[in-house]
Design a protein around this ligand. Structure first.
Ligand code: ATP
Ligand code: MG
Length: 176
């Protein structure tokens, strides 16, 4: 049976994505690496990995009825995952509302037989790949306030030279 590689994410507005691209540009002066394309920037809430296409269809059908409790996250620091050679933007501390959104989503997903991660949630937006310096710049630009009210379900399709993302469903905003 065929599978789809899926993840749930918060997707920034075009304005916020443009600000994040500015963060990437500034960090690149120090860290090197390759910026993610602006329209692909996101914050992963849950990475599902390869999922049977039947289950993928089921999740895509169920997602529009889900509501994400709206919340705020402030992106105020750079960080690196040095093993993966990734530089990211994220909050200095995970806001409880976002942690709750993550936990609640995984609780729901576990009802579909999907196993929650064993690692703690580290909310971040990947900005640069293949960085050449393992220290992030100390001084990020002005903090970015992100008010979110929905999550998207994304299929990640492998292509030569990287992955392409396709949004397959989104949750219903409050009042929507
Ligand atoms: P590629 O792996 O082909 O270079 P990618 O990392 O952009 O591309 P995916 O691996 O499909 O695409 O990952 C989709 C999203 O899920 C990314 O934000 C990625 O950082 C995140 N992700 C991938 N693997 C995990 C994991 N094991 N745990 C948590 N998040 C993950
Ligand atoms: Mg990956």
């Amino acid at each position: 049976m065929s599978t789809l590689r899926l993840f749930y994410a918060l997707w920034p507005s075009p304005e916020l994505a443009a600000s994040l691209a500015g963060w990437a540009e500034q960090a690149r002066l120090v860290s090197g690496g390759r910026p993610m394309r602006t329209e692909t920037l996101h914050l992963t809430l849950a990475f599902l990995g390869p999922v049977d296409s039947a289950l993928a269809d089921e999740l895509a059908a169920a997602t529009p009825a889900r509501r994400l409790t709206p919340g705020d996250v402030t992106l105020d620091r750079y960080g690196v995952f040095s093993r993966q050679r990734i530089l990211w933007a994220g909050p200095a501390e995970t806001p409880p509302c976002l942690q709750h959104a993550h936990d609640d989503l995984w609780q729901w997903l576990s009802g579909y037989g999907l196993a929650p991660p064993t690692q703690p949630f580290r909310p971040h937006v990947t900005l640069l790949r293949n960085i050449t310096q393992s220290h992030p710049p100390d001084d990020p630009p002005a903090a970015l306030a992100w008010r979110y009210d929905r999550m998207v379900l994304v299929a990640s399709e492998s292509l030569t030279g990287g992955s392409r993302y396709r949004i397959v469903a989104q949750s219903r905003p409050l009042g929507g």
